[in-house]
Design a protein around this ligand. Sequence first.
Ligand code: FAD
Ligand code: 2HG
Ligand code: ZN
Length: 457
Amino acid sequence: PMAPSNISPEFSIFKIKSEDIYHFKEILGEKNVIQDEDRLSTANSDWMKKYRGSSQLLLAPGSTEEISQILHYCDSRYLAVVPQGGNTGLVGGSVPVYDEVIVNMNRMDKIVSFDQISGILVCEAGCILENVGAFLANEGCQIGGNVSTNAGGLRFLRYGSLHGNILGLEVVLANGSVLDMLGTLRKDNTGYDLKHLFIGSEGTLGIVTKVSVLTPPQLASTNLALLACRDYFSCQKLLFEARRALGEIISAFEFMDCHSMEMVLKYLEGVRNPFSSSMYDFYVLIETTGSDEASDKSKLEAFLGRSMENGIIDDGVIAQDMSQTMSFWRMREGITEALVKAGAVYKYDLSIPVDKLYDIVLGYGHLGDSNLHLNISTATYDEDIFAKIEPFVYEWTAKNKGSISAEHGLGLMKADKIYYSKTPEAVNLMASIKRLLDPKGILNPYKVLPPSLILPN
Ligand code: FAD
Ligand code: 2HG
Ligand code: ZN
């Protein structure tokens, strides 16, 4: 499952043999060793249908011990592995590049414990996030996938990165050893905090099997306002004001331009323009979450009234019930799906200083976090268009001191682009860590780091 030699002659090629299959069946039982063409076809292809591997084998372990045995064996046999959660990743990280063995986490879906007083949840990595709650609710994506990509999302503004909310991890390393860092303490300064190495490592340093996470309590009152602004400068001003006027209750500040709005209106069923009379150039969603319904709402209303008087917003509406709330979020959250329906999409996920964020566009994103999702939508993929986009987007982002991956990770798509956002010294140190933890390079090869840096010794 290493690369065919025409692409990466430096990697050795080890094919799966019948005795390997026999061994995996011994570990997992017959039905969890999957060679079925349909299931493999789905698992070989990513959410956008942009990347496709040719794996012949999918393993579905049900415990840490089974994952440990799988990796121990694969390591001894030089069989490369791709860990796969919900397979909703957007950078080609969760699918094989060639014929890597897919280790699917679906069966690892048990809640281990939940402490109601502290809000600390311990669960297996394959738990589906929607069932677990808290950060972002994409259909099918798993807590282990979120940890491995350090996913952000709509409420990052309020709750911050997973680096702050993950209290502990259990991880199986490439050689099969189990690293138990599954603490539930908020404070623990005993040496290097190794769990952070695995948060955002995209399956290249180990397989995350259990997660301990600090969850916020569900608060009584949530309000959502959809606002229209005439230009990007007004969106920035609105953010500036909202951080001050709504500081303790603001939980999301998202923006989308008119092109993004046009996409959802055109391609998603049941989405209607809330400002039926006209289209505006920019739309902003402000969500507040707090504990006092009456005061939270009046605070938001007063803020919107002032913003309207000052001319920062041109129009605005507060969702009146659950169904309107869901339809407002659908406009923002459905853009990714609408873009896939529209045809080919060149997808970028940039952190850019907020004043420069809309200099390079069509886009939408988490304005409160300075995170632009730049999507260039065309009917079909075209080499000439691609050549106009890259390396321009990366060079522009680096020049403006941004990041070429704010939240989706590097995966396969941007492994060789890492130097736009990291110094050679930092990349070399990452490669040393990778070689230390995975000397044979079996874990998710070709992802995150340029393959030439992590040759097996
Ligand atoms: P996968 O796609 O299966 O895997 C992602 C990466 O993690 C791969 O490199 C894989 O090898 C690795 N991996 C998965 N599970 C494990 C494990 N247990 N141990 C080790 N490695 C593992 N991302 C955001 O950050 N913010 C968003 O708001 C957001 N919105 C999205 C909306 C849509 C419609 C879609 C399709 C995607 C969105 N994403 C977003 C991207 C994606 O959902 C997230 O990156 C998510 O965290 C991936 O979880 P997953 O379980 O699907 O992981
Ligand atoms: C979002 O914020 C996701 O909606 C997906 O991170 C962004 O599709 C994208 O570019
Ligand atoms: Zn996002």
